[in-house]
Design a protein around this ligand. Structure first.
Ligand code: SD4
Length: 296
């Protein structure tokens, strides 16, 4: 059954992003417009972990990964390592709607965005410049040349991603996510967020999921695809989220990561690994209001 409209957004961005998306949904907007608007809101906040002005790479540049996927058709668009363009999820939407491709990367993604009318601008802020200056002054090198061990990688720098899932009044399901990836990453690095089935996945018949965390490891397990497929088999959203995360743990990885899952009827669940002191949460807004759900 198709449920009532909802929007879910991950992390502490949730209530604010949902407050942007919900009035649109309530007015009958498409889930595609809603997910784009909710994520644009977060991309433009100036947060350190999403969008412009955050997480510099090894040479001090902020680059963005984003994806959007439309449930009814399985159509998807994504950008990886997008440079000098702020609204990455909107560029991803253009990839989906204006091309036959699904993923465009790097400087060519910037050129594509320019062709689509986006403005080129620096993604560096005072905060991202200071973060890089401080790190570079210590003479540090990116830790990403060390092989990712099976087991704990205590040196991994912090990271966040925003993910949103919406169901509109017409019953259409959409998912999107956006991030600036991983601090001090090797230039050109693309994480899990723009990889379909890794950073996000959406199937109109079942539901959707979004991931956050150590994307270099998480993409090896396609956790969002996994969770959606488990729900297709009848598993409850909470159990599906836990099973997808458990798969990563069972392989021996001790990383920080989480996923949030929505079934199309509005039932939801979330799971995380690591992040002992990190309050991973997702927020779900419906006609009944917004609920922030801590993920244990
Ligand atoms: C990445 N998954 O690029 C993203 C970062 C993230 O919470 O979500 N951190 O690896």
């Amino acid at each position: 059954a198709t449920g009532k409209p909802f929007i879910m957004t991950t992390w502490d961005f949730g209530p604010g992003a949902n407050a942007v998306g919900w009035p649109m949904l309530a007015a009958g907007a498409s889930a595609l417009d809603v997910v784009e608007a909710a994520i644009n809101h977060v991309e433009l906040l100036g947060d350190y972990w999403v969008g412009a002005g955050g997480v510099p790479n090894e040479v001090g540049e902020t680059t963005l990964d984003a994806m959007i996927m439309w449930g009814p058709t399985h159509d998807a668009g994504a950008v990886g390592c997008l440079k000098r363009v702020k609204r990455a999820i909107s560029v991803a939407r253009k990839v989906m709607e204006e091309t036959q491709h699904s993923l465009i990367v790097g400087d060519d993604a910037t050129r594509f965005a320019a062709r689509m009318g986006f403005t080129e601008t620096s993604l560096t802020s005072v905060v991202s410049q200071q973060a890089w200056d401080k790190w570079a002054a210590k003479g540090e090198k990116t830790n990403a040349f060390a092989p990712e061990p099976i087991g704990k990688n205590p040196k991994l720098a912090g990271h966040d991603t925003v993910g949103s899932i919406a169901l509109d009044a017409a019953g259409h399901l959409c998912v999107g996510c956006s991030t600036n990836g991983r601090e001090f990453k090797i230039p050109g690095r693309v994480g899990d967020s723009p990889i379909i089935g890794a950073g996000a996945y959406c199937d109109q018949a079942v539901g959707a999921a979004v991931a956050t965390g150590n994307g270099d490891v998480m993409m090896r397990f396609l956790p969002t695809y996994h969770a959606v497929e488990l729900m297709r088999g009848g598993m409850e959203p909470q159990a599906a989220a836990e099973a997808a995360i458990r798969r990563i743990e069972e392989a021996g990885y001790e990383i920080d990561g989480g996923i949030a899952v929505m079934r199309r009827d509005g039932a939801h669940g979330g799971a995380k690994t690591g992040w002992k002191d990190e309050p991973f949460s997702y927020s779900v807004q419906t006609a009944a209001g917004n609920v922030k759900v801590p993920v244990a």
